[in-house]
Design a protein around this ligand. Sequence first.
Ligand code: TYD
Ligand code: MG
Length: 470
Amino acid sequence: MSKPARTSFVCQQCGKESPRWLGRCPDCQGWSTFVETRVSGPKGGRSLLSKSVTPACELSQVTAEETSRLSCHLSEFDRVLGGGLVPGSLVLISGDPGIGKSTLLLQVAASVAGQGGRVVYASGEESMYQTKLRADRLGIKGEGLYLLNETSLEAILEQMGALSPCLGIIDSIQTVYLGELDGGPGTVSQIRGCTLRLMEWAKGSTVPLLIAGHVTKDGAIAGPKVLEHIVDVVSYLEGETFSSYRLLRGIKNRFGSTNEVGVFEMTGKGLAQVENPSEVFLSRRSQRVPGSVVAPVLEGSRPLLVEVQALTTATSFGLPRRTANGIDMNRLQLVVAVLTKVAGLRLGNQDILVNVVGGLRVSEPAVDLAVALAIASSFSDREMDPGLIAVGEIGLSGEIRPVGQLERRLAEASRQGFARCIGPDDSLEWRSLPAGVRVLGARSLRHALQIALPRKPRADAAGEGREARG
Ligand code: TYD
Ligand code: MG
């Protein structure tokens, strides 16, 4: 006698299971995310993997050859991967719908195929005709690039096995399904099951796989977080809708450093690599206006010069407003509080807007000093010397704290033609400052303000602190 089918309720956001329906998930706090799912006994997740038993092996007996990475010949993409694709790795490219994932993947596919490798591009989202139109637009001829318009993962892997490519692409994980699992494409059980199956296939065949995944509004990868745990590399393609720049940010990388960033620009012919982002972000900089300060920040291991702009206006009604674009709101509150309390600026009746130019988001505190100087510059209506940049974290008592990798930041500043940088005073103890940049050490925020926005004519350099010349 067959047992009646058992059902369970699964959160579509984080994968939590519950025997009863719940209005709110106790794990991820999502509302109305539980969906009734049939539990199919032995057909569960474990059966997705093969049943062969692998014996344990002593570590000293394991031989690991230095495997060569597959270069995609797109330096910005390779950078995020840590120097190319590792054989058998599973790489997730996630991002908002319409941000350019399919475009990037098609370009990567064409670039690898152009080197003589065979690439299979399986798209469940677009028909072959639509992909062809896109390829024409990108100027891709497509020798060695095989398209597959299929959503059944079994069929995709079968075709991939037959073609034995050097790279496989699945666009997107939300559109593929395994017939043996319950639920339609995009459900938690399907996404988890398909990813596990892809992982096993990639490891078995040593073919690297790239998969695209959509992100929900609140930033989580649609469906389960488990997807992030399974794959080897997680990267987000991000950018503002108003800006044509796209950043590919490494979030997790089992084979390289995380937080690497590749910079692209969306053009009429697809994504173009931006190899010198500082130049681009500073290109339309208006010289000699109050409220504009350049800061050398680090995106991953890459130094980048960004322009921080601030505008202060008297509050006309109600509470003063603070607006932060591209920096953390809490950091802005901190900087404003220190400027008010320690440096004595009367900002209590001022609306303050801070913006990082180019749609870039800077999360490191090293940008604090530039934010503070930009606000002070706008508030006092005095512009900073355009050849002067600023870097440093601000502490609650108004001290300027040291920042990491100062030499690399200064080297980039020097490359872009900046001659002077206000920085933490103790950075002067550093021995190998790059040639061409002078560091003006500031002991405190008050001191930094004296250097950057002197009241006396600039020729009188009395306010300048200790100096170190590279
Ligand atoms: P797409 O790669 O389809 O996004 P995703 O796969 O992440 O959903 O990108 C679509 C957007 O990119 C669309 O708004 C149009 C734009 N685009 C260009 O601006 N130039 C191009 O050459 C291409 C192919 C797309
Ligand atoms: Mg797409």
